[in-house]
Design a binder for this molecule. Structure first.
Ligand SMILES: Cc1cc2nc3c(=O)[nH]c(=O)nc-3n(C[C@H](O)[C@H](O)[C@H](O)COP(=O)(O)OP(=O)(O)OC[C@H]3O[C@@H](n4cnc5c(N)ncnc54)[C@H](O)[C@@H]3O)c2cc1C
Length: 454
């Protein structure tokens, strides 16, 4: 069937829209989660909403399962084929995003790299704030499908806070344009919100319209150092008692700082056992005033304020390279991204530390402390230990839920956390989500085996 379908689709949409060679298809069997999926029978790469609609209509009629894929940078296995399926990739649905300066909006095809949104906005002195660390390699459609966030989420929120409207291809190839090009629209249910974070289970997003805001004139950055992880985490609470809003407050715990120090590729101050990277923005004067007030409230042992853009880059560099640095510290690593209410940060870090102390593993906890989103990395040595590691991962999920938080603040459920979603969502919500899924995708052909399916 796939050979016949490939020939038919090539005839309709051209050679470059269809990948059928097994070695090329194999490149679509994984993402950045480390999970391995099946090699898809075919990869189809539509170049427009119309093509995507025709392809989905054809596959829907044939009852062929479809795995939807953006740039494949997901960390939860959401775009990995978990059963025999055809991959539909948005990689050819690209183009320069269109900025409408009077409307303060930006519109883009789904496959465009997310970094282009702010690059285009900046040309007009406007600002697209969502900043997942994968900005340069992930697609804007993927960012919407996972509601991606990043270090600036503490002040500016997630991708979803900027979503005004989108077009998607749903069951039977139906093209639905929903939301509006206006800042305000309350005409009917918020359907863009339904697609937001749907991880490819409701249909293929092909085009998005996002809100832009005024670009801050200046950014100030400081490295605040502390004697312990507990002191650094406690300082986050103090920051927010000032009534000011930092644009980033990133935690580096003791194991993270030790890892950076051992690698010697980035210098940390000598007495830095744990740290917070603090950033403010606004006008030059206001952002500096706010940085100094926040720093005073945090009461660090030492403070390093960036004096130049290069210095600012040097402060951020160890944080940016941390994930790779931790991979080198022990043979193996798994990484979680729980979030807890900010008031429960200290409890979360301490309870996780206690749980890890009962195991042979190290845990490095770092990340977006300002919004309660922690990257919890379990470091271990041997593949045979994986069962024990998974038990600790599950304990981390339970700690997050017990503290009123969530099992994933950024990366989504995908394949990786399917088993844990019911712990957080409970039966009534899971049943409601399954009824919504079956209304959106009656034959269950979009991204089978993901998110809601055990
Ligand atoms: C180095 C690195 C750093 C990262 N940092 C962050 C971070 O700071 N914050 C964060 O939130 N995430 C981060 N991520 C995770 C990842 O980049 C995001 O989840 C991103 O939004 C995925 O986009 P993508 O285009 O790669 O989507 P993919 O990985 O291809 O797909 C992800 C999910 O979205 C669905 N999907 C993709 N495109 C569409 C579409 N057009 N229509 C419908 N469904 C679709 C897929 O089916 C899948 O379920 C990081 C990843 C890496 C590798």
């Amino acid at each position: 069937m796939s050979a016949r379908l490939a020939t038919e689709l090539k005839a309709l949409f051209g050679e470059r829209s269809v990948v059928a060679e097994p070695n090329r298809c194999q490149q679509y069997s994984g993402d950045w989660s480390g999970l391995k999926g099946r090699t898809p029978a075919l990869v189809i790469r539509p170049e427009s909403t119309e093509q995507a609609s025709a392809i989905v209509a054809r596959l829907y009629r044939l009852g062929v399962p479809m795995t939807l894929r953006g740039a494949g940078t997901g960390k939860a296995g959401g775009c990995i084929p978990s059963i025999d399926s055809v991959v539909i990739s948005t990689e050819l649905m690209t183009g320069t995003p269109v900025v409408r300066t009077n409307d303060l909006t930006i519109q883009s095809a789904a496959g465009t790299l997310a970094a282009e949104m702010d690059e285009q906005a900046a040309l007009h002195d406007l600002f697209y704030p969502p900043d997942p660390n994968s900005l340069a390699i992930s697609s804007i459609g993927g960012n919407v499908a996972t509601n991606a966030g990043g270090p600036k989420a503490v002040k500016y929120g997630l991708t979803g806070h900027y979503l005004l409207g989108l077009t998607f291809v749903g069951a039977q190839g139906d093209v639905v344009t929903t939301g509006a090009q206006t800042i305000k629209s309350v005409a009917g249910t918020n359907l863009p919100g339904l697609l937001l974070g749907s991880e490819g289970t409701f249909g293929l997003i092909t085009d998005v319209t996002m809100r832009l805001i005024a670009r801050p004139q200046a950014v100030q950055t400081a490295l605040l150092t502390f004697n312990s992880t507990a002191d650094a985490v406690a300082s986050v609470g103090a920051l927010f008692q000032t009534g000011l809003m930092p644009r980033c407050a990133e935690l580096l715990d003791e194991i993270s700082c030790d890892t950076i120090a051992q690698r010697q590729s980035h210098a940390l101050p000598e007495r830095c056992r744990a740290a917070i990277i603090l950033e403010t923005d606004g006008s030059s004067e206001q952002s500096l005033d706010e940085l100094l007030t926040l720093t005073q409230a945090a009461n660090p042992v030492d403070t390093l304020v960036a004096q130049t853009p290069a210095h600012r880059e040097r402060i951020w560099a160890p944080r940016r390279d941390l994930s790779i640095a931790l991979s080198d510290r022990r043979n193996l690593k798994v990484s979680e991204d729980i979030a807890v209410p900010r008031s429960r940060l200290s409890a979360a870090v301490e309870t996780i530390r206690t749980a890890a102390a009962e195991t042979p593993f190290e845990i490095a906890t770092y990340g977006h402390a300002g919004d309660g989103n922690l990257h919890v990395n379990i470091l271990f040595d041997q593949e045979e230990q994986r069962c024990e590691v998974e038990a600790l991962q599950d304990r981390v999920f339970q700690i997050a839920i017990e503290l009123g938080g969530t099992i994933t603040g950024e990366h989504g459920i995908g394949l990786a956390k399917r088993h844990a979603l019911p712990w957080e969502a409970g039966t009534t919500r899971m049943n409601l989500e399954r009824r919504i899924k079956s209304a959106m995708d009656p034959q269950g052909l979009f991204n089978p085996g993901k998110v809601l399916e055990p």
